[in-house]
Design a protein around this ligand. Structure first.
Ligand code: FES
Length: 76
């Protein structure tokens, strides 16, 4: 199990999420999304695969500009 420090040094974008797996893949059924779902793209969320706002601290620390992808039903 890699440490966050080692993951950072190796240039990995994922420092904390399911590091015991070779690849992190998530499936979300569209039918289960009632209004909208915000999906994390910064790999810092503690509520993976959903955004928990952790991108804000990441952006502040690193001057990055990442944010979630919001999946929603088409506005009629
Ligand atoms: Fe990762 Fe919001 S917590 S995009």
């Amino acid at each position: 199990y890699q440490t966050v420090k080692k993951a950072k040094e190796a240039g990995q974008v994922n420092h904390i999420i399911r590091k015991d797996l070779d690849k992190v893949v998530d499936f979300i059924d569209i039918e289960d999304i009632t209004e909208k779902a915000s999906l994390c793209r910064c790999w810092k969320s503690k509520n993976w695969p959903y955004c928990d706002g952790a991108h804000g601290a990441h952006n502040k620390e690193t001057c990055d500009n990442v944010g979630p992808v919001v999946v929603r039903h088409k506005q009629q």
